[in-house]
Ligand binder design. Structure first.
Ligand code: ADP
Ligand code: 2JD
Length: 283
């Protein structure tokens, strides 16, 4: 049996870089991968992608099976939903391409490239695949999937306690990208330069907040959280609220979220990227 563990990625800075070839398209930027991850298992003789037991991404599933000439599907368990900003679209595609490449006995690197290609072509993402491949705090410096794009995993010098919430909002990636003006991407680029030169997580959180404040509605965040001294940093991307919180203030923040009946999970920054585990004999 094969089991995949894929960390969820929440980009805080992204600047699209598009070309006629999806493999040379993507985004540069920065983001963090969460220890909160999705788990994926293969499903034999059924070319489908199931998310929490619901069939989704029919066309993408068909593309993948045609590419690998297989009939293998995948079932993914995730704490999140599509369109919420947790890179679930790329998670599903990585899961399906990887499972198929393992069954077909073909390149794993190529599977990540196929997942990236589908993200770009279907308009569901730009920079998530390469970031999830590495895991952790990742800065993306050249667009594209692993093997073509370039990204660095930055070691984190702090002990980081995160609370991850999903606010009641969702937006497809294509729609979101359409409404961001060019001038905002210019701002993103200068913020990215700063974060890339300091490689500092605190700078990243500040930059991600400054950048996303111009795109998403920060008034949907409970005011008590915004003014809490226990919050080291936070940013909101689509519905994904990432709060870096001091260890002793975790309950104070989770209580605020609970009172408002908002979904949350405790997390850390993931240590690893996508992981493949075999139990029993490999296929
Ligand atoms: N319940 C759903 N909520 C939001 N999007 C959905 C849902 N079911 C299917 N979709 C499709 O999934 C895609 C979500 O992609 P994207 O917004 O990039 O997701 P994510 O932010 O999770 O990576 C969209 O193309 C959307 O049409
Ligand atoms: C921000 C986004 C373009 C979309 O991210 P998601 O909402 O997770 O699909 C991402 O792919 C990136 O390039 O950083």
């Amino acid at each position: 049996m094969i089991k995949l563990t894929i960390p969820h990625h929440v980009s805080g800075l992204w600047i699209p870089v598009l070309s006629s070839n999806p493999l040379f398209s993507g985004s540069i930027g920065a983001g963090i991968n969460l220890s909160v991850s999705s788990v994926a298992l293969p499903v034999e003789d059924e070319c489908t992608i199931r998310l929490n037991n619901q069939k989704v991404f029919h066309e993408q599933a068909k593309d993948v099976c045609e590419f690998y000439k297989t009939k293998v599907g995948v079932t993914v368990e995730s704490p999140f939903n599509l369109g919420k900003g947790f890179a679930l679209s790329s998670t599903l595609l990585i899961a399906h391409t990887l499972v198929n490449s393992i069954y077909a006995g073909s390149s794993l690197l190529n599977a990540f490239q196929k997942a990236h290609e589908l993200e770009v072509v279907r308009g569901t993402g730009l920079g998530d695949v390469i970031s999830q491949y590495y895991g952790g705090f990742v800065i993306r410096t050249r667009p594209g999937p692993p093997g073509i794009g370039e990204a660095f995993k930055i070691p984190v010098k702090y002990r980081v306690k995160l609370i991850v919430s999903s606010l009641p909002y969702s937006e497809p990636t294509g729609k979101m990208l359409e409404r961001i003006p060019l001038s905002h991407y210019e701002k993103g680029l200068s913020l990215l330069k700063k974060v890339a030169s300091s490689e500092d997580l605190m700078d990243y959180f500040n930059a991600a907040k400054e950048y996303t404040q111009g795109i998403f509605d920060y008034s949907s965040i409970p005011a008590e959280i915004l003014r809490s001294p226990g919050v080291v940093g936070l940013y909101l991307k689509k519905s994904a609220l990432i709060i870096w919180v001091e260890k002793d203030h975790v309950t104070e923040i989770t209580d605020i979220l609970s009172r408002r009946q908002l979904f949350f999970m405790e997390s850390e920054i993931s240590r690893t990227g996508v992981e493949i585990e075999y139990s029993g004999k490999p296929p």
